[in-house]
Write a protein that binds this ligand. Structure first.
Ligand code: HEM
Length: 456
């Protein structure tokens, strides 16, 4: 599906909740029927509107739209099963703040329940013990080590460098177009490849301290990894071998930084490792992998989705050009409307509990619908409208909530603001090079545009 909202969504959302079949009282109880969500290429916003209208917590299973034969059998089995899915803003927030949920399947589930989880490829095992799946007190210990690198002060110090990288990428795009004999305003670029992708990647590599001369090689090892799609979760042999090489490379790099530390995050994490029992090497590895991956895949989509949002909403683009001070609104409203993370796929009840009238048995994993909550008409007026001056856009929960709230959010916000401001200041004629309905969501497990051809 394209990024244009369908009339169906508008109709559903326009209906008051009380008329949508399952409002308060008995209808809030668990739904006996299983709602189908469409997983491929992306769960559509229409489907979220439908399940959100049913109840705050629904049982869903994912439809693969004819691709049932693809991917690992265990993963297909996982998708075919019912999942408890939290749909509404209020319950999404309370679930994420509730310490009776664990993010760690190893501690919160019985062996029987664990068998029902989707399998993780061997090469991604280091990620199994990461900050994302740690519970307190371990989680706090890991979080404290990285949080200072994303503080407001750290971001201000980084700002000139992010601005410089941004300008250089746009210089490169202009130069490449001129070398092809193109002239403004009809120069072409593929915005994801030329800009939205290399910007955050360069920034996170700088922050981690991955030497510049190694980056081309690192890119070769990791680019397949980032294409793990929503269906398969199966890694190609190429991606697996890339991951093995990247892991071996990182271990060598740790040894190098241990010998000669520098002013970067890897050196800091290693120093913490040496300072006592704060981190072991596997924890350093998993933290670096998480930061590297998160730094790659998410902000790319924020930039791509936001540029597309502006280019397909000319009134909003005109407003932004007239007042570039609205750039924060562009970032927040993009995250609310088309946040890169549709849902958090795993929180596990540590005891029997209840959300919005639905019983969640101990050990049961739930999915938490961030994108669904961000379009909840009970929280946001006209939620389907992209409005960069929406006063409460920043109340979106695209970065999650609670102890696992995205630690990289200040970085993503700064990158997004600099990207939008610089792009439209330097290339005010920027426009789509193809009809909008040809622009598709990519096949990645995050919500983002695969290719965005533009003219400038
Ligand atoms: C638009 C960009 C981004 C979005 C939408 C996003 C979204 C999220 C979300 C929803 C979570 C919570 C996951 C959960 O509760 O299970 C999260 C956690 C996290 N994010 Fe981001 N993220 C973005 C950018 C980044 C960047 C740039 C970095 C670092 C370079 C980063 C690093 C992390 C880390 C380390 C966590 C785990 C935090 C914890 O468990 O305490 N993210 N992110």
């Amino acid at each position: 599906m394209t990024m244009h909202e369908s009339n169906a969504t508008q109709k559903t959302l326009a209906q008051p909740r009380s008329e949508r079949g399952s409002a308060a009282s008995p209808a809030e109880a668990p739904q006996p029927d299983v709602a189908k969500l469409h997983l491929d290429p992306h769960v559509s916003y229409d489907a979220y509107a439908e399940v959100r209208a049913k109840a705050p917590v629904v049982r869903v299973s994912f439809s693969l739209e004819g691709k049932e034969g693809e991917g690992a059998p265990e993963f297909r089995e996982f998708l075919a099963r019912d999942h408890l899915f939290v749909t509404r803003y209020e319950q999404v927030i309370s679930a994420l703040l509730d310490s009776r949920f664990s993010a760690d399947p190893r501690s919160a589930m019985t062996p029987e329940q664990k068998k029902k989880l989707p399998p993780l490829p061997e090469e991604l095992r280091p990620l199994e013990r990461s900050i994302l799946t740690a519970d307190p007190p371990d989680h706090g210990r890991l979080r404290k080590l990285v949080q200072p690198s994303f503080s407001a002060r750290a971001m201000e110090a980084l700002r000139p460098r992010v601005q410089q990288i941004t300008e250089e990428l746009l210089d490169d795009a202009a130069r490449a177009a001129e070398e092809r004999g193109e002239a403004a305003p009809d120069r072409a670029m593929e915005l994801i490849k030329a800009f939205a992708y290399p910007l955050p990647v360069t920034v996170i590599c700088d922050m981690l301290g991955i030497p510049r001369e190694d980056r081309e090689q690192v890119r070769g090892w990791t680019e397949n990894l980032l294409n793990v799609n929503r269906r398969g979760r199966e890694l190609s042999e190429e991606a697996r071998s890339g991951m093995r090489r990247f892991t071996a490379y990182l271990r060598d790099l740790f040894a190098e930084k241990r010998r000669s530390p520098a002013d970067d995050m890897i050196s800091q994490l290693i120093r913490a490792e040496e300072d006592g029992d704060k981190l072991d090497e596997d924890e350093v590895l998993s933290m670096v992998l998480i930061l590297f991956l998160a730094g790659h895949v998410t902000t790319v989509n924020l930039i791509g989705n936001g540029v597309f949002g502006l280019l397909t909403h000319p009134d909003q683009l005109a407003k932004f050009k007239a007042d570039p001070g609205l750039v924060k609104g562009v970032v927040e409203e993009t995250l609310r409307c088309w946040g890169p993370v549709d849902f958090i796929s795993r929180r596990i009840a540590k005891e029997d509990l209840e959300i919005g009238g639905t019983a969640i048995p101990k050990g049961e994993p739930i999915m938490v619908g961030l994108a669904s909550a961000n379009r909840d008409p009970e929280r946001f007026t006209d939620p389907e409208v992209f409005d960069i001056s929406r006063p409460d856009a920043d109340r979106h929960i695209a970065f999650g909530k609670g102890i696992h709230l995205c630690v990289g959010a200040p970085l993503a916000r700064m990158e997004g603001q600099i990207a939008f401001e610089t792009l439209f200041r330097r290339f005010p004629d920027l426009r789509l090079a193809v009809p909008a309905d040809e622009v598709r969501w990519g096949d990645s497990f995050l919500r983002g545009i695969g290719r965005l051809p533009v003219l400038f």
